[in-house]
Design a protein around this ligand. Structure first.
Ligand code: HEM
Length: 351
């Protein structure tokens, strides 16, 4: 499709989008749901902890089942943000608020680490609630702040940059996730594979380039997500924006945890024990439990986001959309299974 064709198609979509928004007078009450869901996140984690108890506890079968249901709700809550972000009547600010709610599992980890580093006297849930109330008030108070903009050739160039850096970073991401999958065999296999990988990715010439590329990926991703989130998108594009936004925050928080918090601030090795929150582990520790949805969705969405990128490239090269969408769905299901396997290994399951 030429730039001109895509531009005029995008512009007619924008007119429809404008009409939908103009028709919607006042506030869409459903736009409150995503921030409400996000606000519940720490409290659901607390409920989970009260059901499984501290390390050494032996929860009843009833409590285990209830805890599994609570965890499933925690993992599913971002879907509310995803669904609401697709509503055409939303203003850009409330749509972005909905997307931010999708990111809450990783934002909450980021917040917890920053709070720990600055020695905040306020509890994480309290700061979390204050931030969400503030963000919600701001989003609803923001008038239509920007004119709707079409997909310009400049944005198209950013997409190309984003795609090229993603291709390079794929090698690291696939190795990194494969490394975490070996946790299913055992911590010593995980450590041995990581030791081999570190020879390459921690080499003095490679590591700074890797970090810079991740920062560039995050910056270009955030810019694309900002532009694309000003209006409603189709299902696939919304998934691409939501997963990309999650990853941008995940990567920033994760690199802060690895490089700043663990290696520089605490001076501890960033190994298997660091990843699983040893000695208490992920499940029974009231702080560490937040790492479970953060990592699970991080692993799932990075692979799902790559599948979305591949989908766009294949469609642009003329592959039949139905076949491409089937491939995408297979990729997303496989991503979910790989993420579940990684988390199972981190929680002590062995094969
Ligand atoms: C289950 C999910 C994940 C876990 C448990 C995890 C854990 C870790 C650990 C333990 C390290 C330190 C590695 C070392 O010291 O050699 C690390 C580094 C890193 N991770 Fe992850 N990670 C996960 C997912 C991801 C994803 C999805 C990305 C990118 C999208 C990512 C990007 C990075 C980067 C850039 C580094 C720094 C590499 C370096 O040391 O130079 N991680 N991660």
């Amino acid at each position: 499709m030429s730039d001109e064709t895509s531009l005029s198609a995008a512009q007619s979509d924008l007119l429809l989008d404008d009409a939908a928004r103009d028709k919607a007078s006042g506030i869409d009450p459903l736009a409150f749901l995503p921030p409400l869901a996000a606000t519940c996140h720490p409290f659901l984690l607390m409920v989970f902890h009260s059901l499984v108890g501290p390390p050494g506890s032996d929860p009843s079968l009833e409590n285990i089942v209830m805890a599994a249901i609570v965890l499933a709700i925690v993992l599913a809550l971002p879907i509310i943000g995803f669904v609401i972000a697709r509503r055409p009547a939303l203003q850009p600010a409330t749509r972005r608020l909905a997307f931010a709610a999708v990111v809450s599992p990783t934002l909450y980890v980021f917040l917890g680490v920053i709070q720990g580093m600055i020695g905040s006297p306020l509890s994480d849930p309290l700061v979390w609630c204050i931030l969400w109330i503030g963000a919600t008030a701001l989003a609803f108070a923001t008038p239509r702040a920007e004119p709707l903009r079409a997909v310009t050739p400049r944005i198209a160039r950013w997409r190309v940059v984003h795609g090229i850096t993603a291709t390079v970073l794929c090698a690291y991401i696939l190795f990194h996730l494969a490394n975490h999958l070996t946790g299913l065999i055992g911590p010593s296999t995980h450590a041995a594979v990581m030791e081999m990988g570190r020879v390459v990715y921690r080499a003095p010439v490679v590591e700074p380039v890797l970090v810079l590329l991740f920062l560039l990926q995050t910056a270009s991703g955030l810019w694309l997500a900002w532009r694309c989130s000003s209006r409603a998108q189709d299902f696939y594009c919304t998934f691409q924006i939501a997963s990309g936004l999650y990853l941008s925050v995940f990567v920033l928080g994760h690199m802060n945890s690895v490089f700043v918090y663990a290696r520089a601030y605490l001076g501890i090795p960033t190994d298997w024990n660091f990843a699983i929150g040893a000695p208490t582990g992920l499940i029974h520790d009231p702080w560490n439990i937040r790492l479970l949805p953060h990592y699970a969705l991080g692993a799932f969405l990075v692979l799902g986001h790559l599948a979305s990128g591949l989908r766009v490239v294949l469609i642009a090269h003329g592959t039949e959309p139905k076949a491409v969408n089937r491939l995408w769905a297979t990729g997303v299901i496989a991503s979910g299974m790989i993420a579940a396997a990684i988390i199972a290994g981190m929680c002590g399951v062995r094969i």
